[in-house]
Design a protein around this ligand. Structure first.
Ligand code: ITT
Length: 211
């Protein structure tokens, strides 16, 4: 069995491939369908954007499609970068430039005299509470119907990166529960607690309840 995931993000592809392999399913992504129309992600919410991506690709392929819209909401930045997480540092953004931008923005706050709220034993400072959000939409063009789900994980933004795993903002995302950054977790550990892992579990639950 094959699941089409409407994403061009290699980190997401790895995580979905890992999760679906446990269910005996393979993942194909937009890397396998390079000629599909680009999706304009102009929704105001993660859920809206996830539906948009799933529908655009699902209608183009005539197949059921799963889409993921996700991002980081930082408390002391009033929820930024939010739905703009992928492009936080502008055109040509990479994980590296986005992480640098995040530390720059939090650094501006510190300069205005706001105290950092915690320091780890290695000297890393925790700069703000934050959460990752993931909205999933499964779209079936046959009946023009969606199944939606959402997942969240709470953590703190670190003053410097730690770990080589995951992608995106993971090296700056501290998990009190694990006393490690998200990038220091194994794939299974990340799937068990992450916004994406939780959203996927809820989506599968809904699908199972329908049968
Ligand atoms: P697609 O739209 O092609 O799926 P994208 O990277 O543009 O890929 P989003 O618009 O959903 O996807 O942006 C999500 C961004 O949020 C992503 O680029 C990361 O910067 C961040 N992000 C999402 N999930 C993450 C995770 O598990 N760990 C770290 N950062 C994550």
């Amino acid at each position: 069995d094959t699941v089409v995931v409407a994403t061009k993000n290699a980190g997401k592809v790895r995580e979905f491939a890992h999760a679906f392999a446990k269910l005996g399913m393979e993942v194909v992504s937009m890397f396998d369908y390079p000629n599909l129309p680009d999706v304009v992600e102009d929704g105001r919410t993660f859920a809206e954007n996830a539906r948009k991506k799933a529908k655009t690709v699902g209608d183009a392929l005539g197949l059921p499609v799963l889409a993921d819209d996700s991002g980081l909401e930082v408390a002391r930045l009033q929820g930024e970068p939010g739905v703009y997480s992928a492009r936080y540092s502008g055109e040509g953004a990479t994980d590296g430039t986005n992480n640098a931008k995040l530390l720059e923005e939090l650094g501006k706050l510190d300069a205005s005299g706001v105290e950092r709220f915690q320091t780890l034993e290695d000297g890393t400072e925790l700069l703000s509470e934050a959460r990752f959000v993931c909205a999933l939409a499964l779209y079936d063009p046959k009946d023009d119907a969606f199944v939606d789900s959402e997942g969240f994980v709470e953590g703190d933004i670190m003053s410097r990166p730690r770990g080589e795993g995951g992608f995106g903002y993971d090296p700056l995302f501290w998990l009190v529960s694990h006393h490690r950054s998200m990038a220091e977790l194994t794939k299974d550990e990340k799937q068990a607690i992450s916004h994406r892992g939780r959203a996927l579990a809820r989506l599968l639950e809904q699908l199972n309840n329908r049968e």
